[in-house]
Design a protein around this ligand. Sequence first.
Ligand code: SF4
Length: 236
Amino acid sequence: MKTPAAAQRILDTLERDYPDADTELHYENPYQLLVATILSAQATDAGVNQVTPELFRRYPDARALARADREKLEALIHSTGFFRQKAKSLLGMAAALVERHAGAVPADMAALTALPGVGRKTANVVLGHALGVPGLPVDRHVLRVANRIGLAASDDPEEVEQQLCERLPPSRWTRCSDVLILHGRRICKPTPDCAHCSITKDCAYYHSARRDSPAPRTARGRSAKKAAQRPSQRRP
Ligand code: SF4
């Protein structure tokens, strides 16, 4: 796996590629980001952003949300999918915030993950973006891209989070997640577009694909790039 120095060099390059990388969920405070992140499971950020303005107008804080009528809430969030489970999570989360934290969102991983419907990824999103506490959310893009580059070596999101955090200072954790997500959406997709990637020289997957596909001497560079674009035998 990459050394901390290599990890920081890779992150420097990706931060230059994606200077505005940030969560695409719309929010104005930790409560709103917590609600939006719960809704974003199996949904697009754009789809969540369509329902949250009305949701936040009707339920501006945890106390209001805890008192929400379940059926009305389900109808409001229906388009984000899994609406029954999400409504249950939102109601449980809001009630727990009121009961345990006087309605405020705690800036603490253990307290956040003790809330109904809040996993480690959601907690890290809220900590890192809305509460000023270093957090490194690992979603499917971070998982795939970090493994390909060689920044991590695991299928388990919590292990990948730990491996990334060990290689970077806490001040860079949240940005790391943001840029890996964008890189995964735009370039290092399930079928990676290595020809347009700025970190090929540091990428384990790219070099492995080149080794696995020796090219004819006359077209070596072009063939190696093509090989790296194909899904390889390695884990995506
Ligand atoms: S070189 Fe290819 S596999 Fe490696 S990070 Fe870039 S796009 Fe992904």
